[in-house]
Design a protein around this ligand. Structure first.
Ligand code: IMP
Length: 194
């Protein structure tokens, strides 16, 4: 059976990936399951660059088809910050309570229509013949005025979805997967693999 490696160490992402790619005729392996210990420097300036760096590096190491993702939050009023630095914003080990409070504070007094933001997820697929494909999924919303909800992770509690009247941390995982940046990108990359 064909193997596809997904370059992540995140178990939550692997569950989501396996669920969405279940009808692709291949065995989907995490880095750990493929026995790979790689520390790849993500020094790209765009989500595309980072996803391609990761996918190509692991593909060259293994000779298998490799998928890699890069994601983050773009806040329009802050010139699309934190963007590719979303995980590193205010330091990798700073809690999301603090990161979220900082973003809310930086938008103090900014009216609803200027609080627009989006989650972005880019997935790159690197093939052993040297071909690389990328797909991008986005979820549009606004930065809220306070944290809300217990589900999700990261910036979800401050990511307000006007059409749902709540933050993405209030949605169940199934509801979020249907509309999320990652769900959309995974369904798009599946089309490339089939
Ligand atoms: P990475 O793609 O694993 O490097 O994650 C990038 C960072 O973007 C995460 O650490 C979060 O801060 C943020 N992020 C990406 N997707 C989401 C999401 O669905 N909810 C909340 N935060 C997210």
């Amino acid at each position: 059976m064909k193997k596809i490696i997904f370059a992540t160490g995140n178990e939550g992402k692997m569950r989501e990936i396996r669920e969405i790619l279940k009808d692709v005729d291949a065995q989907i392996l995490s880095l750990k399951e493929a026995g790979i210990h790689a520390d790849i420097v993500e020094d790209g300036k765009t989500f595309e660059e980072n996803a391609v760096i990761k996918a190509k590096a692991i593909c060259e190491m293994t000779g298998e088809i490799v998928l890699a993702d890069d994601s983050g939050l773009e806040v329009d009023y802050l010139n699309k910050e934190p963007g590719v630095y979303s995980a590193r914003y205010m330091g990798e080990n700073t809690s999301y309570r603090i990161k979220n409070a900082s973003l809310i504070q930086r938008l103090e007094g900014v009216p609803d229509e200027k609080r627009t933001a989006r989650f972005v997820c880019v997935i790159a697929a690197a093939f052993p013949d040297g071909t690389v494909k990328t797909v991008r999924g986005t979820m549009e919303g606004r930065i809220g005025y306070r944290e809300e909800g217990e589900n999700g992770f990261g910036y979800d509690p401050i990511f307000y979805l006007p059409e749902y009247g709540c933050s993405s941390a209030v949605l169940s995982m199934e509801e979020k997967n249907k509309i999320s940046h990652r769900g959309k990108a995974l369904r798009a990359i599946k089309e490339e693999l089939l």
